[in-house]
Design a protein around this ligand. Structure first.
Ligand code: 3PY
Ligand code: MG
Length: 265
């Protein structure tokens, strides 16, 4: 059975960088496997991507030697079970704001005795180049369980959330987090509430042996967050990078005068 090389890297204390696949197209996923990231996350929360697209995209990512992850739309056992059964090496769950919600994530993502994930499917094993029996025996070791801290409630309850056994990574969503503070959504701000929240998650994650992660808008921010101690770092998205580069070219040709700032995510 293939190893989850991202999980292994994070366990060794090393940083691991990836990006988001917001475009529901395996050709784009294929291109993105060629640029050097360790992992690619198929976005199901804020994109037109269906489970069917996601399955093909994950097969492309795993087949090309990268680690396919999925961010589901909402925290539900059905969403978690389906993306793992369709071949994800890890699941990213948005808006986990209490210990109960974190326990529900672990229960859905881990087979017994750690959780209550039900048995079935073939694609999970196929994406790990193994048979179902081996997958059932080893999945708990290989699958990454990632909860998002992206609301002031999650910051307040970080101690209880990150004490829940079975969580590998806590991933900060700066845009929803800043919005929940009454600020304009942003990847980064000097606002002391945001600075303190990020620091608090970093320290609390370390205390409980959970890997700290964060989404950033560009390479400079990624370097700063890694220097600060973050390990699981997502940089922008395929769609964000496409729009950003295309807009830059259009701007250099004076084609987009009067348009708003470029998308980063
Ligand atoms: C956010 O910034 O809110 C995110 O969800 C990033 O992934
Ligand atoms: Mg978010």
């Amino acid at each position: 059975m293939k190893k989850n090389t991202v999980k292994a890297k994070l366990k060794r204390g090393e940083p691991s960088l990836g990006t988001w696949l917001n475009i529901p197209d395996p050709t784009v996923s294929c291109f993105m496997t060629r640029v050097g990231f360790d992992w690619l996350t198929v976005e199901l929360e804020h994109s037109p991507t269906t489970l069917e697209h996601a399955t093909v995209m994950m097969s492309m990512v795993a087949g090309n030697g990268l680690i396919p992850l999925v961010r589901i739309a909402t925290n539900s056992p059905v969403n978690i079970k389906q993306v793992l059964d369709c071949g994800a090496y890890g699941v990213i769950v948005p808006m986990v704001n209490s210990a109960e919600e974190a326990k529900a994530v672990v229960a859905a993502a881990r087979y017994a005795p750690e959780g209550a994930r039900t048995i079935g499917g073939q694609l999970h094993a196929a994406n790990f180049d193994t048979d179902s029996a081996t997958y059932y025996a080893r999945a708990n070791e290989e699958v990454l369980v990632i909860v998002m801290a992206e609301h002031v409630d999650a910051i307040e309850r970080a101690e209880e959330i990150l004490s829940v056994p079975g969580i590998d990574v806590v991933f900060i969503g700066p845009n929803d987090l800043t919005k929940s503070m009454g600020l304009a959504p942003s990847f980064e701000t000097e606002d002391p509430r945001f600075v303190h929240a990020v620091d608090h998650i970093l320290k609390t994650a370390r205390k409980h042996g959970v890997v700290p992660g964060i989404h950033v808008g560009d390479a400079a921010m990624a370097k700063r967050r890694i220097a600060q101690g973050f390990q699981f770092v997502a940089v922008a998205s395929d769609a964000g990078m496409l729009i950003s580069k295309a807009s830059e070219v259009a701007r250099d040709l004076n084609l987009n005068a009067g348009r708003g700032p470029l998308a980063k995510y």
